[in-house]
Design a protein around this ligand. Structure first.
Ligand code: IMP
Ligand code: MG
Length: 177
């Protein structure tokens, strides 16, 4: 893999498509065991998580549902500190086993905004699965059940993650040079 340019910034290869897919298969195996017989409902947090949710969900066995919410906090390469819910939860989650699917947990603000909205719906169990986590950037106490990769506090693009809307279609993940 080679360096790439997205708008004005240069990015270097970080996680190959094969590496990402292998880890997703491991996460799916864990989730299949953890939710066996429960008809879990997956919640994909748009926009960034759409590819991760797709590749993960197609490896989930048995009865499972998926729904989508849309939250946004980023502008360019920095968090604005304000989380907006652009598309909220419109499904019944009472007594359900819920799996939250996130692309990346950075400051943890999105998750700490979303979890109380979810709790109001009375789910039986909430499992958080995030493809990436930046432990150094975390500002909120969160119990993240499943992490694909712990990464440095550097901006990344690709595989659903964007820089100002671009880079989401890259099959691999790249880190800011
Ligand atoms: P948090 O609310 O600070 O945890 O950030 C969560 C959201 O910010 C993620 O779901 C992403 O959409 C976005 N984000 C955080 N870090 C990055 C990054 O390095 N690249 C692209 N998007 C990011
Ligand atoms: Mg996101």
């Amino acid at each position: 893999m080679e360096e790439i340019q997205v708008k004005d910034l240069t990015f270097v290869p970080f996680l190959s498509s094969d590496t990402i897919q292998a880890r997703i298969t491991e996460l799916a195996t864990i989730l299949n065991k953890e939710t066996a017989g429960e008809q879990p409902i997956f919640i994909c947090i748009l926009n960034g998580s759409f590819l991760f949710a797709t590749d993960l969900f197609r490896q989930i066995e048995g009865d499972a549902e998926i729904t989508f919410v849309k939250m946004a906090s980023y502008s360019g390469t920095t968090s604005t500190g304000k989380v907006m819910t652009l598309l909220g939860l419109d499904v019944e989650l009472y007594d359900r086993t819920v799996v939250i699917v996130e692309d990346i947990i950075d400051t943890g603000r999105t998750m700490s905004e979303f979890l109380p909205q979810l709790a109001k719906k009375g789910p039986k169990k909430v499992i958080i699965a995030s493809l990436l986590v930046k432990p150094e950037a975390l500002e909120h106490q969160l119990d993240i059940d499943h992490v694909g990769f712990e990464i440095d506090n550097r901006f990344v693009v690709g595989y659903g993650l964007d820089y100002d809307g671009l880079g989401r279609n890259l099959p691999a993940i790249y880190q800011l040079k």
